[in-house]
Design a protein around this ligand. Structure first.
Ligand code: HEM
Length: 170
């Protein structure tokens, strides 16, 4: 489906009139966009490095995943709101920008991966660790699977961030 009409509508919206008129505000919103990216990727990094046994080894992994989950959601809301504001100022440029679409595809993939694969596998890995001889252990996750999940997560979010940065260069 061609989404051009959405970008044309955004380009002529009141939000675009506003964002194109105030360059200083655009810079402030961009700061929020980058700060939320740091929080989002930072929290994901914490969880993934914990599952790779690189840091916070003495803290139960599920605690790290649960605690970072709240901040990931806050960062996601801020990044989408600030991103839409920024997009309104350069909507037509974005529509024709390959890296913008790479970022959006990566974001969709990253979210699906986090909520459908990463978090459930991390949860199951923690449970199987707690009850090695119990019923849950029958579904135990192999350590190499957990590590592959963590590395894949890191690669996906690095790609999303790098594509975002590349929009500015292209
Ligand atoms: C709906 C979601 C998003 C929208 C609409 C959006 C939109 C934008 C726009 C319009 C820009 C400015 C491009 C320019 O410099 O010309 C930007 C920059 C950027 N975005 Fe996003 N973004 C979104 C989500 C994300 C996510 C999830 C990440 C990373 C995890 C991200 C990382 C970046 C980065 C690193 C920059 C470059 C900042 C700079 O170099 O000044 N964005 N984004």
């Amino acid at each position: 489906m061609d989404l051009l009409f959405i970008f044309e509508w955004l380009d002529t919206s009141m939000l675009a009139d506003f964002s194109k008129s105030y360059a200083g505000l655009f810079a402030i919103v961009q700061t929020f966009h980058i700060a939320s990216m740091v929080m989002l990727v930072g929290m994901i990094l914490l969880g993934d490095l914990r599952m790779l046994n690189v840091l916070l080894r003495e803290v139960p992994s599920q605690k790290v995943i649960d605690n970072t989950g709240k901040w990931i959601k806050i960062a996601l809301v801020t990044i989408v709101l600030s991103g839409v504001y920024e997009a309104s100022a350069i909507a037509m440029k974005l529509y024709f920008n390959t890296f913008y679409w790479a970022k959006m595809a990566g974001l969709a993939m990253g979210l699906a991966y986090m909520y459908l694969i990463r978090n459930p596998i991390y949860r199951r890995a923690e449970l199987s660790g707690l009850e090695p001889g119990g019923a849950i252990a029958a579904e135990a996750v192999q350590p190499w699977v957990v590590k592959m999940v963590a590395v894949t997560s890191l690669v996906i979010w690095f790609t999303v961030s790098a594509s975002g940065r590349w929009i500015g260069f292209s």
